[in-house]
Ligand binder design. Structure first.
Ligand SMILES: [Zn+2]
Length: 297
């Protein structure tokens, strides 16, 4: 790993290797400025007398963690994984909501209803999501101070759940038909890793498959859909997944877990990425938005 270096005026210089940093510290030319990220300050250098190289900060946003990496050309200078508090915040706020709701049953003085006073701005996002944005912003701002970053790359999710208006993600009742077609397939492919869930075949045509069979009242909600190859789809027929996979409890458990799991994650990443982009644009650095490399599941 590399060590961040600041000049006399606390302006970032090119980072240096550990050995060089140790030498600088030992000789007294530099001292430790900050422990994490480890940064030293050089006492006898100014940035205008030095050459700094272009550094790129890469951000890979996730629901639970966000990956951060600083690259100089193709050399990784620094990397970190930022752990978000999103799910914790959501839990805390629901707890608070529950406590407040409790007031209704208590004998208390009359209070004028004031629910109508509250308005949300157009770009409002829940606190659990904003925490992800702010976390990332804080670290971007911090890194800019310690490293001569000239550009930022932000990874975007490949498909846009915003377009999938009535998906389970939006929390609105899913309506059949809205999701049919390309968006649904793309979403399912992404969610199920482009594999048949039963035999894990990849290089075959995948069919949309109802986990709880349609003939037995299974819905068309995305949470009831998965992808299977033709032969698995035929073999399952209109059996319930529990019967079909009765011999493979591990696989059954894994599928039933995945059915529910990534939804919140995808939604969180999706909802925050545009906000994050706005926030990053405020830094004034050039921002490159990439897509494709992202895989959360
Ligand atoms: Zn299969």
């Amino acid at each position: 790993m590399f060590v961040f270096v600041l000049d006399t005026n606390r302006k970032p210089l090119d980072s240096c290797g550990c050995a060089r940093a140790r030498k600088l510290l030992k000789s007294g030319r530099a001292s430790v400025f900050r422990r994490y990220p480890f940064t030293i300050i050089v006492h006898d250098l100014e940035v205008k007398n030095c050459v700094t190289h272009e550094h790129r900060l890469k951000i890979d946003p996730g629901a639970k963690t966000t990956g951060l990496a600083i690259l100089q050309d193709n050399l990784v200078i620094w990397g970190a994984e930022l752990t978000h508090r999103g799910f914790k915040i959501k839990k805390l706020l629901s707890n608070r909501g529950a406590i407040r709701r409790n007031r209704r049953n208590r004998k208390t003085r009359y209070r004028k209803p004031r629910f109508r006073n509250r308005k949300r701005s157009e770009s409002w996002l829940p606190p659990s999501l904003m925490s992800r944005v702010f976390n990332t912003e804080t670290w971007v701002q911090r890194l800019i101070k310690y490293c001569p970053i000239t550009a930022i790359s932000q990874e975007l999710v490949r498909f846009d759940t915003q377009l999938m208006q009535n998906s389970e993600i939006s929390g609105v009742e899913y309506q059949q038909g809205e999701l049919a077609g390309y968006e649904l397939r793309e979403y399912l492919l992404e969610k199920w890793n482009r594999k048949c869930v039963y035999c894990r075949a990849t290089d075959t045509a995948l069919e949309v498959e109802h986990i709880h069979p349609k003939s037995k009242g299974g819905s068309n909600r995305v949470s009831n859909l998965t992808l299977a190859c033709n032969s698995c789809n035929q073999a399952k027929g209109n059996q319930d997944i529990k019967d079909f996979l009765s011999g493979q409890p591990d696989l059954l458990k894994r599928i039933l877990n995945q059915v529910k799991k990534p939804l919140a994650d995808t939604a969180a990443v999706n909802a925050t990425q545009w906000k994050l982009k706005e926030v990053l644009e405020a830094t004034g650095l050039s921002i490159e938005v990439g897509s494709g490399g992202y895989q959360q599941y």
